[in-house]
Design a protein around this ligand. Structure first.
Ligand SMILES: [Zn+2]
Length: 419
C-alpha cells in the first residue's frame, strides 16, 4: 500500500484541533482554560478527570492534547483516534483529512462512525427561596447552636471578638431546630443553591457519628424543594462574597469552620476572602469556574495531608492564578499541633499562646482587572501594559470598561449641559 506523503501527514496534523476531535465523541464543557468530560477510556462516573487542553494553548504547555488523570491515557488528535476508534495511523490521518477537507489519498477510509448517543433533557437547577436562609439565621439567633456557641468561646482578641457576629452574618450561618448548624452555599449571583446541616460537639469538633444532612432532604423541605426534579449544584461555601469584595484574593480551605475562623482571624475582607469546598475530595473544577471567569487570584490552603491532592487539582485547572499555598503551614506549624491540624487549629493555638503568624501575608499577585478599573476611574486614560495585552480576558474587560467609561463621561457632560 502506498505511504501517505510526509508533507500531507504534517499538513493534516497541523490542522487537527483536539477539542473538535474529542468533541465528536465526548461531551465537553469548560473547566478553567481547559475542557473536561467523562473519560471514554475507563469506567468514569464524573467529569473532571479527563482533561482536554485546547489547541489555543501553546504546544510547550501541552496545548492540543488530552489526558486522563485516572487511567493516564494521553496524547494528541491522532493518538485519540487510534486509541478510541481503533484506527491505524494512516486511517487516522484519512479521518482527519476528511474532517478538515485536506485531501490525503484515494484509499477509502475503512470506518463506521458510532451512532449518536441520546441525551437526557436537562433538569432545572435547584434554587432555594431566600426566606429559608433568613429563617435559619433567625433560629441561630433564637436558640443555642453548639457550633456558634463554641466559636464565641475561642480566645479571640478584642477586635476579632467585636467582629465575630458580623462574620457569622457575612456567611449567613444559620441554625436548625435540633441544634445543628446550617452552612449555606449561595452562588456568586446570590442565589441559595444548597445548605449543609452539621452537628458539632462542645469541643468544636464535628460529631462523626452524625452524617451531614442537606436542607432539601429534611422533612418538610423535601416536599417543597423537590430535589429529585432538579439538578443540584453546590457552589463553594462563601461564593456570594465575590460580589461584595470584588478585588479580594480568594483563599480556599477544606471545611466551612476553617473558612469562618480564618475570615474572622484576619478580618481583612477587602484583600482576602475565605471559601470552603467541604472536604479534601470535594474541590471540583466546576465550583472554581466563576472565580476563573472573573480572573481572581486563587490560593488553595489544603490541610497538611492534602497537598498532593490539591496540587493535582491545580494542574488540571491549568489556570495561572491558582496556587497551592503552604507558607502558613511551613512557618507556623509546630509538633504540638499534630499531623491532623488544619490552618484554623494553628490559628487558634496562636491566639491562645499569643503568637503571631511568622509568615508574610500571602504575596498576592496584583489583581490585574481591579487595577485596570482604578486606572480608568482615576484619570480616565486607558491603562496599557503590553503584558496584559496577551490575556484576551483582560483585553475584553478593558474594552468593556473603556466603553462604560466613555458612556458615563458623555452622559455626565450631557447632564452638565442641561444643568
Ligand atoms: Zn480515564
Amino acid at each position: 500500500m502506498p505511504k501517505i506523503p510526509e508533507d500531507v501527514v504534517k499538513r493534516v496534523i497541523d490542522r487537527a484541533k483536539i477539542e473538535d476531535v474529542v468533541g465528536d465523541f465526548v461531551d465537553l464543557r469548560k473547566a478553567g482554560v481547559n475542557l473536561t468530560g467523562i473519560c471514554p477510556f475507563h469506567d468514569d462516573k464524573h467529569d473532571g478527570n479527563f482533561i482536554v487542553r485546547p489547541s489555543s494553548i501553546p504546544e510547550a504547555r501541552h496545548g492540543n492534547t488530552y489526558r486522563c488523570f485516572v487511567c493516564d491515557k494521553k496524547g494528541g488528535p491522532v493518538q485519540f483516534l487510534m486509541e478510541h476508534e481503533r484506527l491505524s495511523f494512516p486511517d487516522a490521518i484519512r479521518w482527519l483529512g476528511k474532517k478538515y477537507h485536506e485531501p490525503v489519498d484515494d484509499i477509502p477510509l475503512n470506518y463506521t462512525p458510532p451512532p449518536p448517543r441520546p441525551k437526557p433533557a436537562p433538569l432545572p437547577v435547584l434554587e432555594i427561596p431566600r426566606a429559608y436562609v433568613v429563617r435559619t439565621m433567625t433560629i441561630a439567633q433564637e436558640q443555642s447552636i453548639l457550633f456558634t456557641y463554641w466559636l464565641q468561646l475561642l480566645p479571640w482578641d478584642d477586635e476579632q471578638r467585636a467582629r465575630l457576629q458580623e462574620t457569622l452574618w457575612m456567611y449567613c450561618v444559620g441554625g436548625w431546630r435540633d441544634g445543628r448548624v446550617v452552612f449555606w452555599q449561595i452562588d456568586h449571583n446570590g442565589i441559595p443553591r444548597a445548605a449543609k446541616l452539621m452537628k458539632y460537639l462542645p469541643d468544636g469538633h464535628r460529631d462523626k457519628e452524625a452524617h451531614p444532612g442537606w436542607i432539601y432532604n429534611q422533612d418538610g423541605c423535601r416536599q417543597q424543594l423537590e430535589p429529585d426534579k432538579h439538578e443540584i449544584i453546590k457552589p463553594l461555601f462563601g461564593s456570594h462574597l465575590m460580589n461584595r469584595y470584588p478585588k479580594a484574593v480568594v483563599n480556599i480551605v477544606e471545611s466551612e469552620k476553617t473558612a469562618i475562623i480564618m475570615a474572622n482571624y484576619y478580618g481583612n475582607h477587602d484583600d482576602q476572602i475565605w471559601m470552603a469546598c467541604g472536604g479534601l475530595k470535594h474541590l471540583q473544577l466546576d465550583s472554581l469556574q466563576p472565580l476563573i471567569d472573573e480572573g481572581r487570584t486563587i490560593w488553595l490552603w489544603p490541610d497538611k495531608d492534602g497537598r498532593d491532592d490539591w496540587q493535582e487539582v491545580c494542574e488540571k485547572l491549568g489556570y495561572d492564578k491558582c496556587r497551592v499555598y503552604t507558607h502558613f503551614f511551613d512557618t507556623c506549624w509546630t509538633e504540638a499541633d499534630g499531623m491532623k491540624a488544619d490552618v484554623a487549629d494553628i490559628a487558634i493555638r496562636m491566639m491562645r499562646t499569643g503568637d503571631k503568624p511568622r509568615h508574610d501575608e500571602p504575596k498576592h499577585e496584583p489583581v490585574k482587572v481591579g487595577d485596570i478599573i482604578t486606572h480608568i476611574m482615576d484619570d480616565g486614560k486607558p491603562f496599557i501594559d503590553p503584558d496584559e495585552m496577551t490575556d484576551p480576558r483582560v483585553r475584553m474587560w478593558r474594552e468593556t470598561l473603556r466603553q462604560r467609561y466613555n458612556f458615563n463621561k458623555t452622559r455626565n457632560e450631557r447632564r452638565n449641559q442641561t444643568i
